[in-house]
Design a protein around this ligand. Structure first.
Ligand code: IMP
Ligand code: MG
Length: 178
């Protein structure tokens, strides 16, 4: 066990069950469509690889990198660091996100894709931290809610570390100085 982790919130098995359920639900709603699945880098990249393999229909993948975070607190500003390669015009876009906290990231991405002429934009988030919400955003598919604590692992980082942990853990507060 990593010494910076206070406790494990979700094991590898827990996470894989949650991801499979999400993929099945989304799959049922996209019968006959070929959605463009957009991974929000870097946090959602591990989720993406498991999600797309559990999704049995046709889909296309693309990646976008935005930044709203510095350390453990949201700055409320979202910058595009890497844009999509694909045009979203007329497409059914599914945004895959690791966790919704303030909601700022997803609100601005949804608005951006709608502005660019997507046919539909839906959000799939593995985790939801409802206590952090500052803007109204409709998350269409949520894996599970998490408490108001800073979590890492399975793609989620603290200052770029811990993304490679295969489980979700709660970081010891002294690691981020709170
Ligand atoms: P929002 O724009 O405030 O909703 O921030 C969402 C982004 O913040 C996520 O994509 C994560 O990268 C990051 N984030 C929010 N909460 C956590 C956490 O508990 N651990 C790691 N990253 C987090
Ligand atoms: Mg992040």
């Amino acid at each position: 066990m990593n010494p910076d982790i206070e406790r494990v919130l979700f094991s590898e098995e827990d996470i894989h069950g949650i991801v499979r359920d999400l993929a099945t639900r989304v799959n049922q709603d996209y019968q006959g469509k070929v959605p463009l699945v957009v991974c929000v880098l870097k946090g959602a990249v591990i989720f993406m690889t498991d999600f797309v393999r559990a999704y049995k229909g046709m889909l296309e993948m693309d990646f976008m990198d935005v930044s709203s975070y510095s350390g453990a607190h949201s700055t409320g500003e979202v910058r595009i660091l890497k844009d999509l390669d694909t045009s979203v015009k007329g497409r059914d876009v599914i945004i895959l996100e690791d966790i919704v906290d303030t909601g700022a990231t997803l609100q601005s991405l949804t608005e951006l894709f709608e502005h660019r002429g997507a046919n539909s934009v839906k959000i799939v988030s593995l985790f939801d931290k409802p206590s952090g919400r500052r803007v109204v955003v409709n998350v269409d598919y949520v894996g599970t809610s998490v408490p108001d604590e800073f979590i890492v692992g399975y793609g989620l980082d603290y200052n770029e570390h811990y993304r490679n942990l295969p489980f979700i853990g709660i970081l010891k507060p002294q690691v981020y100085g709170n």
